[in-house]
Design a protein around this ligand. Structure first.
Ligand code: FCB
Length: 472
């Protein structure tokens, strides 16, 4: 189907809605030991035999540190409003404490200025998982001291770049760091101990609140928030066992983060379930965690279906499955956003990540990634549906700009709307990127035209109506 038709029915989003693309430092930068960068826990983890599916690491990745200007031109060419990226903590402060690395900070300064020169808003994440290895040697996120190191880092970055950043996110997906990094151990630092994971999660949340307060004191206009990975949880059947397990999983993934951030307490049912593995909380911690923020980022990929009997067979729903083995379930995004809006007093939300891994083929300079294109179009429509139901959304960002190092899957899984040839580092816009560019041009053209009917600013949220025909 010609790309035109995919957005034919996709109505107008608010004029100030922020469209973006996202990446993270470890996944694209490379230059792992250059210009004074220290090792991160992911550098260490990649060297453990069997940790990464293809035995790869982040040493070279997309050579973004070398090719950043070309990459910024690419981003500008897409016509997005914003670029969400992360800073490598050990690139700017190699040991996580002590001396700062000017060369590392200079890199991000050039990047931020380069974005601004191209009219793109910089959305920076402080912690997208690559903790300095030296801090891990002292216990990492399980050690309460790390919260203070994180505050110093946040403050240093805010002092240096706060006047130019549109937004600063403290942590990306604390659930992943805590559970995949410290409980199942399939991600760095590779620990398998539930009590450690829960202590880490508490310190991540605590350091988020502490950092918000410290950065606010710097007085910049930068908007501050956190990014969570969330999914609606559906029970496989209506049996009491499935329903009970579903409630617990929802507690561990969503309420464990949303309750403390927005109501100042951990959910009772999850605390009871954790028993002796529940984290140690000091007086005042919960109030700090609940420090008000300016926005909430939601990363959405799929729903979760929970069965008490064991892992649910993702093929049983008959839906399309991505190369990660994740079900394509766009209406889950609407359901999730509406629920967040109903259950919590949330600040304006962004979808800070959304996208799909598919088996791409580069042929004659083209990648016909129809599945990814449709995935993105359908999820944008799902965001519009949520907005129509009154949810305050401020932006949407595609994961990811580039094919990159997909953590434990290495380079085998491709999420980019831009193809990367890892031999030559050549970048090629896939059809999904061409579609997104067209879609954004269309949205921007609409911005130039008067709104039909009496739709003022106040009701503009409700003007984003979408019915997307994807031709799937
Ligand atoms: C998210 C991560 C991001 C990327 C996507 C596929 O959990 O934040 O770095 O790996 O998944």
């Amino acid at each position: 189907m010609p790309s035109q038709e995919i957005y034919r029915h996709l109505h107008r989003f608010p004029d100030d809605f922020v469209w973006g693309v996202a990446t993270s430092a470890f996944q694209i930068e490379g230059a792992a030991t250059e210009d004074g960068k220290g090792p991160s826990i992911w550098d260490t983890f990649c060297r453990q035999p069997g940790a990464i599916a293809d035995g790869s690491n982040g040493d070279v990745a997309c050579e973004h540190v070398k090719r950043w200007e070309q990459d910024l031109d690419l981003i500008a060419d897409l016509g997005v409003d914003a670029y969400r990226f992360s800073m490598s903590w050990p690139r700017v402060r190699p040991g996580g404490s002590g001396v700062w690395n000017e060369k590392g900070m200079d890199f991000y300064e050039r990047l931020v200025d380069g974005l601004l020169a191209r009219g793109i808003k910089p959305y920076l994440t402080l912690n997208h998982w690559d903790l300095p290895e030296e801090l891990q040697q002292q216990g990492g996120w399980a050690n309460r001291d790390t919260t203070h190191r994180f505050v110093e880092y946040a403050q240093g970055v805010s002092r240096r770049l706060g006047d130019r950043l549109a937004s600063i996110t403290t942590h990306n997906e604390p659930w992943v760091i805590a559970v995949l990094g410290h409980e199942t151990g399939i991600f760095a630092p590779g620990i398998k101990h539930r009590a450690t994971a829960m202590q880490a999660t508490h310190h991540l949340l605590l350091s988020h609140g502490m950092a918000l307060q410290a950065m606010r004191a710097e007085g910049h206009a930068t908007r501050l928030g956190i990014v969570l990975n969330l999914s609606p949880m559906h029970a496989a059947t209506d049996t009491a066992e499935d329903l009970e397990k579903t409630r617990l999983e929802d507690g561990r993934l969503l309420r464990w983060y949303m309750d403390p951030l927005f109501t100042g307490s951990y959910p009772e049912d999850v605390l009871a379930h954790l028993g002796a593995d529940a984290p140690q909380v000091s007086p005042g911690d919960m109030a700090t965690i609940a420090t008000p923020m300016d926005f909430l980022g939601v990363n959405y990929y799929s729903r979760s279906v929970i069965s008490a009997a064991g892992p649910w067979d993702v093929h049983s729903s008959g839906r399309e499955i991505t190369d990660m083995g994740w079900e394509v379930y766009p209406e889950g995004l609407t359901e999730l956003l509406v629920r967040m809006h109903q259950d919590y007093s949330v600040p304006p939300m962004y979808v800070t990540e959304n996208g799909g891994a598919f088996k791409d083929q580069l042929q004659d300079g083209r990648v016909h990634d129809t599945q990814r294109r449709d995935y993105i179009a359908r999820h944008i429509a799902a965001v519009a549906d949520a907005m129509q139901q009154g949810v305050h959304m401020e932006g949407y960002m595609v994961w990811s700009l580039l094919d990159n190092f997909e953590w434990a899957s290495g380079y085998e899984k491709r999420f980019g709307i831009v193809h990367v040839d890892y031999e030559t580092q050549a970048r090629t816009l896939k059809d999904s990127a061409l579609w997104y560019r067209d879609f954004l041009r269309h949205q921007k053209a609409l911005r130039q035209t008067p709104r039909p009917g009496p739709i003022g600013k106040a009701s503009s949220q409700h003007n984003a109506v979408a019915v997307v025909s994807t031709g799937a």
